[in-house]
Design a protein around this ligand. Sequence first.
Ligand SMILES: Cc1ncc(COP(=O)(O)O)c(C=O)c1O
Length: 353
Amino acid sequence: MKINIKPESLKALKSFNLPEKLEFGKCLVPVMIKAEFKNGTWGELELIPYGTLDLDPCSKVLHYGQEIFEGMKAYKNSQGEVNLFRPLENFKRFNFSARRMAMPEVSQEFFIGGIETLVQHCKDFIPTQEGHSLYMRPMMIATEVGLGIKPAEEFMFLIVASPSGSYFKQDNVKVFIERNFTRAAPGGMGSAKTGGNYAGSLIADKINREKGFHQTMWLDAVSRTYVEEMSGMNFFAVINGELYTPPLSNTILAGITRDSVLTLAKNMGIKTHEEKINVNTLRSQIRFGECSEAFVCGTAAIITPIESLTDGNEVYELKNPKGRIALEIKNQMLSIQAQKCEGPAGWIHKINC
Ligand SMILES: Cc1ncc(COP(=O)(O)O)c(C=O)c1O
């Protein structure tokens, strides 16, 4: 794929230094990928200096939220080799989100080519400490101008990248079971990676954070009984030594980490179940120790054990708040990403830098 490398972007890269301390998503590399969709086709991909966008106040994204994004990471191992983890899954999910949000799809060459070019130019800014990586955000926004409610016909594709440390500052998280607000309704857009899902969950996250919780657990919007996921990660519970996670549906984002956890657990001989999890049953399974641990997982969060689940004023503390199975799977996943051991075929996408 031919990508137009703007000379100003090479200049911007030369004067950039990686800060010593990295948080999640705060530091941005000084270049980004951009392309525009007009008259039914995508224009060329460009590598340009990172900067603000020239956006009309009546661009449809600003009014109707027609936008999608992805979250993926590039890793550098101790030999300096760079790889992506299952990027084809991000590509497929990006197009799935695009279809749901009435947006144009992109080709594999376009998506992966854009990512590879950005990573190749930013190879010196990929941190190597454990749990650190270059976090990348491919995204698409509706740029057509007009206040009529209809799908836009003009779009912008961008990829920005952030050398990042861990998402959570602590080793495990306190989760609050949300009984008031809901995240996604059947037939809605809960399984698409689009801003509206996150915008709608912010109020509960804010209230729960003020009460000292790190994550909100969303229940199904109809019966408010079954566990769905967190605002930005999937959920697993270890019950009687076996691994349970809610089945995918159109109200849950199909996490790539979730899928990887299921595969790794099976390979480790752990029995896995994709089954509805009744939150009331789960509470008593935690009380009686049958549910010994639970964890959240996602590209950003990796795998993070849950310390406790709180429902109203009732606190349910996990027997293994630091995780045991969670940590075994996490270590396996980190080793694969650092190319210290072989993962399932196709998981590691090497980049020639
Ligand atoms: C709502 C939601 N669920 C789950 C996940 C985990 O998905 P993945 O493992 O692909 O990062 C994410 C993160 O992208 C998310 O935003």
